[in-house]
Design a protein around this ligand. Structure first.
Ligand code: FES
Length: 134
């Protein structure tokens, strides 16, 4: 599929998201996996309580393995990636902390309205794509 611009997608109610919990969702296209989580401390572009709710592509920027299985809310990291051990800093826009990936993890832009968290866009190119919208 192909879309013209980033849609606005409800992901979850803010008060349903506990620290360390992950919520998986597809955005902006079906099949583009992401995860949302809540960190213990504030994060760049975080929303909600302590501005700790963030969301990122679930596809490691190295070779596309899923990183949401190893989210650490206290450290604010995703990883080590199960394939080649890259870790990403979820409080700093998905910055590579250590490992072979050379590109930061794409971050989903979030917005809160009426107690719900919405995805509104994405910063960074999702692994394996030339364009996040096509
Ligand atoms: Fe994640 Fe290689 S796919 S480190």
């Amino acid at each position: 599929g192909r879309i013209e611009r980033y849609p606005r997608l409800r992901i979850a109610a803010v008060d349903e998201i506990d620290v360390g919990e992950t919520v998986e969702f597809e955005y902006p296209l079906d099949g583009s996996g992401n995860f949302l989580t809540r960190l213990t401390e504030d994060a760049d572009a975080g929303v909600g309580p302590e501005e700790g709710i963030v969301a990122f592509s679930n596809l490691c920027t190295h070779m596309g393995c899923a990183v949401s299985g190893n989210v650490d809310a206290e450290r604010g990291t995703a990883g080590p990636c199960p394939c080649h051990y890259t870790s990403f800093d979820l409080s700093k826009g998905g910055l590579v902390v250590v490992g072979p990936a050379t590109t930061d993890l794409p971050q989903v832009r979030l917005d809160v309205a009426d107690g719900d968290v919405f995805a509104t866009g994405m910063d960074g190119l999702v692994h394996g794509r030339r364009n996040n919208l096509a």
